[in-house]
Design a protein around this ligand. Structure first.
Ligand code: ADP
Ligand code: MG
Length: 420
């Protein structure tokens, strides 16, 4: 007989070793118990601390997850008292709760109920074997020993399950935290870019605003002094209207940057580049930086993208070029913006003659917060946001090549996915 039992134990322990799935392990263990002590059914109950119930996790013959309060039934009694209970005739015991049989439609005649205990001596659940099939339907002393062996394994798998669940929860929490950090970073980068933009716009507005104010006050003064030339009035008014119109247009461009929701639409790439140039032009003029364009105006390419995003990329790169040209005090400083189509890609390159970025920082410039500027000058977020816009929104690539003159930022936009 022992040879027979050892063969069964060996068979199931081999199966147990061959699977890494914790769920499979539980199924193997209830089958092992069933065959070892020749019972009809086995159930593994797991304690649920939130509801103070025992939940039938793995069982023969039950599909639904049965729940029993720990204050009820043999299973509850075994859990609360941490004791093994053997009932040869369930009906002779007043702890037996017929309620479960009513639900399952199964007739329980006899039971062994063993608490599942962890390495800290805490009860995690209960193992039950129902209805002895052989030996006159009577449990044997050896049955308890054999079941104790199975429950020992069940306890171990239980602990692994809890460890795994905790780990899973921790991983989920970390992923959530990272996501929040990433969103915060993006928000910061956007705000930093916005700050730069406002700087550019303020610069751009200064000249037309002072022209408007100058013209209006000269009209007022001439009127007061009685020397107002009415003939010239429409010309002056037209100039004021023209300048205001120009300001109003720049507001439209600016509005695209502040919008929070990302709306993809058909955007003319050349328009987008021109608008970016319009925003940075005044600042570059004021710093005596020449801006050269080599844009094939015949290229009529519309891409599906968020209006304003590519402008943001160009402005960031040009602002960096401006910074380096001023910092290095370059004679005859210039920035070149090129646009060309190369097979399935649209290539925008922005080159300057500022000497380029040293090799040892080249691989880090797109990292968030990487800056070589003084704290008050740089946030280190400009190129990071460029990287994210180009890779995430436009599905393209952005990288830096140093040329003999200086830095050359290349943006490759695939036409395949984005073309409209
Ligand atoms: N045109 C350029 N020439 C040389 N170095 C550059 C150029 N553009 C960017 N860099 C380097 O990349 C760093 C990161 O740029 P960026 O992310 O825009 O942050 P920030 O401008 O706030 O420093 C800069 O501090 C600078 O060292
Ligand atoms: Mg920058």
């Amino acid at each position: 007989m022992y040879d027979n039992k050892i063969t069964v134990i060996f068979k199931y322990l081999t199966q147990l070793k061959q699977t890494i799935s914790l769920e499979n392990k539980f199924h193997i263990l209830i089958n092992m118990a069933k065959e070892l002590i020749e019972v009809d059914r086995c159930t593994i109950w797991r304690y649920d601390a939130t509801t103070e119930e025992l939940v039938a996790k793995f069982a023969h013959g039950i599909d639904d997850k049965l729940r029993v309060p720990i204050s009820e039934g043999i299973v509850g009694h075994s859990f609360c008292t941490k004791r093994t209970i053997i009932l040869e005739d369930v009906h002779a015991c007043n702890h037996f709760d017929t309620h479960i049989d009513c639900i399952t439609g199964y007739e329980t005649k006899n039971i062994i109920s063993i608490p599942i205990i962890n390495s800290k001596n805490e009860v995690m659940g209960v193992f039950q074997a129902l209805n002895k099939q052989s030996q006159n339907h009577k449990f044997h002393e050896d049955d308890i020993k054999l079941l104790d062996l199975v429950v020992l394994y069940v306890g171990e798998v239980f602990e692994s399950t809890i460890l795994y669940e905790n780990l899973e929860e921790k991983v989920a929490q970390e992923i959530q935290k990272n996501k929040q950090k990433d969103e915060l970073l993006y928000e910061q980068a956007k705000n930093a870019a916005l700050g730069d933009m406002i700087g550019n716009i303020a610069h751009q507005w200064r000249q037309p605003l002072s022209a408007i104010s100058l013209m209006a006050s000269s009209i007022e003064l001439e009127k007061e002094m009685g020397i107002l030339n009415v003939e010239e009035l429409p010309k002056k008014m037209k100039s004021i209207i023209h300048q205001s119109q120009y300001l109003s247009n720049t507001i439209n461009t600016f509005r695209d940057f502040v919008k929070n929701e990302k709306v993809y639409k058909e955007v003319d790439i050349i328009d987008e580049i021109h608008q970016a140039i319009q925003i940075i032009k005044t600042v570059l003029d004021d710093c005596n930086i020449a801006l050269y364009k080599n844009i094939d105006e015949n290229l009529k390419i519309n891409l599906n993208m968020v209006s304003g995003e590519l402008q943001q990329v160009i402005i960031n790169i040009v602002n960096n070029a401006r910074d380096i040209l001023i910092e290095q005090n370059i004679e005859n400083p210039w920035i070149k913006i090129y646009l060309e189509k190369k097979s399935d890609n649209l290539i925008i390159s922005i080159e300057d003659n500022g000497g380029g970025a040293p090799e040892h920082i080249k691989s880090r410039i797109f990292e968030p917060y990487f800056t070589t500027k003084h704290q008050s000058q740089g946030t280190g977020l400009g190129l990071h946001i460029c990287y994210r816009i180009v890779t995430e929104s436009l599905h393209g690539k952005i990288y830096l090549n140093n040329t003999l003159n200086g830095a050359n930022f290349i943006i490759e936009l695939p036409l395949e996915n984005n073309l409209v």
